[in-house]
Design a protein around this ligand. Structure first.
Ligand code: NAP
Length: 251
């Protein structure tokens, strides 16, 4: 087995793969031989993301427009993916949003939207794929959390709660599924160059870089490489871990 076909015959589901980290993760698995389901709410963006992947790796990706916060829609989407692609081996819960604001001004809607997508969305996806994942003898679940779920952040109480929740979810899931040889880990990215961080503007970006020892932003491909490793046979003995990839921000 060469490195490039490490994931041949594997079916990988990546939520929030219309752009950014999710798209890079989906492309990395496609490059290494997997068939990838590319999920996001917007039909056009997940369609374009899958097409871009297919240009480089023909027929590797298929897009599915779904809102992970919608339990029933996610169940339907899960059935369709299994019917189209076959049994799922790897689930990457990456879909996430921010609705920043100071607590005193934070609305119910902003709290719920972030928790429903970032935390409940991961639960919904697990429920949609649990049967098929249990059939695989080497299933892997990777949840994309955040350093904010570890250290918190003023103005991001909803986001921090969702990402900290995802860490508890990861560890509980890892304990429950370990007897079935399923591993479950969380990646906690720091400050990564994507649309999500682009909107912050130059001034806030400069402020954030002051607390990053490596004084640089991370790249989506660096998150993708960690996801590949955690999903690979080499990471068989790693479960229930939260791995920060953050330029030293949380050391
Ligand atoms: P991004 O560029 O904003 O992309 C987010 C993706 O998620 C998009 O494809 C979006 O597409 C999809 N999405 C959002 N809500 C969804 C929903 N309810 N159902 C399905 N798909 C949904 O974000 P990113 O920077 O790549 O971040 C990806 C993940 O990494 C997130 O969980 C984020 O919290 C986490 N993270 C990012 C950073 C960073 O510095 N960038 C740092 C730490 C953690 P649609 O809008 O079409 O649905």
């Amino acid at each position: 087995m060469t490195l490039m076909d490490r994931f041949k015959d594997k079916i990988v589901v990546v939520t929030g793969a219309g752009r950014g980290i999710g798209q890079a993760v989906a492309a990395a698995f496609a490059r290494e031989g997997a068939k990838v389901a590319v999920l996001s709410r917007n039909e056009q963006s997940c369609g374009q993301s899958a097409s871009a992947i297919n240009e480089d790796y023909p027929e590797a990706a298929k897009s599915y427009a779904v809102d992970v916060s919608d339990h029933d829609a996610m169940q339907e989407c899960g059935k369709k993916i299994v019917a189209d692609l076959g049994s799922v081996n790897i689930l990457i819960n990456n879909a996430g949003i921010t609705r920043d604001g100071l607590l005193l001004r934070m609305s119910d809607e902003d709290w719920d939207a972030v928790l429903d997508t970032n935390l409940k969305g991961a639960f919904n996806a697990l429920k949609a794929f649990q049967r098929t994942l249990m059939k695989a003898d080497d299933a892997r679940i990777i949840n994309v959390s955040s350093v904010i779920g570890i250290i918190g952040n003023a103005g991001q109480a909803n986001y921090a709660a969702s990402k900290a929740g995802l860490i508890g979810f990861t560890k509980s899931m890892a304990r429950e599924l370990a007897p079935r040889k399923v591993t479950c880990n969380a990646i906690a990215p720091g400050f990564i160059r994507t649309d999500m961080t682009e909107v912050l503007g130059e001034k806030i970006q400069e402020e954030i870089l002051k607390i990053v020892p490596l004084k640089d932003m991370g790249e989506v491909e660096e998150i993708a490489n960690l996801a590949l490793y955690l999903a690979s046979p080499e990471a068989r003995y790693i479960t229930g871990q939260v791995i920060a990839i953050d330029g030293g921000m949380t050391m």
